[in-house]
Design a protein around this ligand. Structure first.
Ligand SMILES: Nc1ncnc2c1ncn2[C@@H]1O[C@H](COP(=O)(O)OP(=O)(O)OP(=O)(O)O)[C@@H](O)[C@H]1O
Length: 358
């Protein structure tokens, strides 16, 4: 990766009973998620990047600019970052516009257009509202807008949805997706909720006990059998597809991806529009022939790449290759034996449900 296109972060710091030991090269575009269990070091890593921690052995370069190394340490207020926390820390004595002005006051010349940001987060109708009366989701959208008005070169988000109830989370998600699609600044996003991460992240860093056990494109990491994600009950792969065709008679949309295509419920999206689809391992079954007399719509020719034990002793995870696109299937050991499945074998993947996530 070219240094001007990457975020290079190397940190080593200890708390009693905990060591953060990280050496990462991350893309300086799109959303990178730091994902891992509680206490794995996600927030500590974000704080190091923000300059809120100063590990003696630390090195941080953002798009070729050194923010920290043996000689340099840019203090937090001089780092061009926006920081969004779990709780929107709005000023209670100011209305929404006042809170936004506070962000904008620190703005440099290249500040984004205020009205674009207000529109992006859908808060135009809230400007003269008292912040106390806002819902959790609205507060968080104001906090994100305020962070963006400071024209950051990097947006850090630490569990921005964790304090919201399920309904509010659903409400704010489309705004986060718009940030992802329309902002050209990289976002580092901390979360321990895999559904959020699979919707938003392009790049995934898996943290465990202060170490990055994997870092790579979301689709690749999610399909790796050797990582804990594949063991999750909701284990799924994410496929970057495009809208291929609409079938208005049957209310279906075809999504094309390298190696194949799948159908899902009709979505009014333009042809060739990019779409991220998610397929859960438990929704994929395997057949030796292309079963015609089944209600399952999506059948794809695939090659078995590898097997791994699943958490439940009855189950087995199978990694399939569909013309270069990886897919996971969760089947039983019994089915494997009955069908005599082996690595390298050509099979048919039958997909019960395809979800469009973006
Ligand atoms: N200021 C501190 N002093 C001592 N220990 C700390 C401090 N901050 C964090 N730790 C410890 O470092 C470890 C990593 O904490 P961190 O908050 O980075 O994890 P996390 O992955 O963000 O967790 P969570 O998902 O629960 O927020 C934990 O064991 C935590 O107790």
């Amino acid at each position: 990766m070219n240094a001007t296109l990457s975020i290079d972060a190397r940190f080593r710091m200890a708390y009693p009973g905990f060591l953060l030991d990280i050496d990462l090269q991350l893309p300086a575009r799109g959303v990178t998620a730091f994902f891992g269990p509680s206490g794995s070091g996600k927030t500590t890593l974000l704080r190091c990047i923000a300059g809120l921690e100063r590990p003696p052995q630390g090195c941080l370069r953002v798009k070729g600019e050194t923010w920290q190394d043996g000689k340099t340490f840019l203090p937090p207020h001089r780092r061009p970052i926006g920081y969004v926390f779990q709780e929107a820390n709005l000023f209670p004595h100011l209305d929404v516009a006042g809170n936004l002005d506070f962000g904008a006051r620190r703005t440099r010349e290249d500040a984004r257009d205020r009205s674009t940001i207000i529109e992006l987060l859908g808060i135009g109708h809230l400007l003269d509202r008292d912040v106390q009366g806002l819902s959790g989701g609205e507060r968080q959208r104001v906090a994100i807008a305020r962070a963006l008005l400071a024209a950051p070169q990097l947006l850090l988000m630490d569990e921005p949805l964790a304090a919201l109830e399920r309904e509010r989370k659903r409400e704010i998600m489309p705004y986060l997706e718009r940030l992802h699609d329309e902002l050209d600044i990289p976002i580092l996003y901390v979360s321990h909720a895999i559904d959020e991460v699979s919707r938003l992240a392009d790049h995934l860093v898996l943290l465990e006990q202060g170490r990055a056990i994997a870092s790579g494109p979301m689709g690749e990491i999610a399909a790796r059998l050797d990582l804990p994600l594949a063991q999750d009950d909701d284990a799924s792969v994410m496929i970057e597809a495009t809208v291929g065709a609409h079938d208005h008679d049957y209310h279906l949309t075809r999504f094309d991806f390298p190696g194949g295509c799948v159908h899902a419920g009709l979505r009014e999206l333009p042809l060739a529009h990019p779409a991220r689809i998610s397929i859960q391992a438990r929704d994929v079954s395997i057949a030796l022939t292309p079963v015609e007399d089944s209600s399952i719509l999506n059948r794809l020719p695939a090659v078995i790449e590898a097997f791994a034990d699943a958490r439940h002793p009855a189950h087995l995870l199978v990694r399939l290759d569909v013309g270069g696109t990886p897919l996971l299937a969760r089947i039983t050991h019994r089915s494997r034996d009955q069908l005599g499945l082996n690595a390298g074998q050509r099979v048919w993947a039958q997909i019960k449900t395809v979800a469009l996530v973006e």
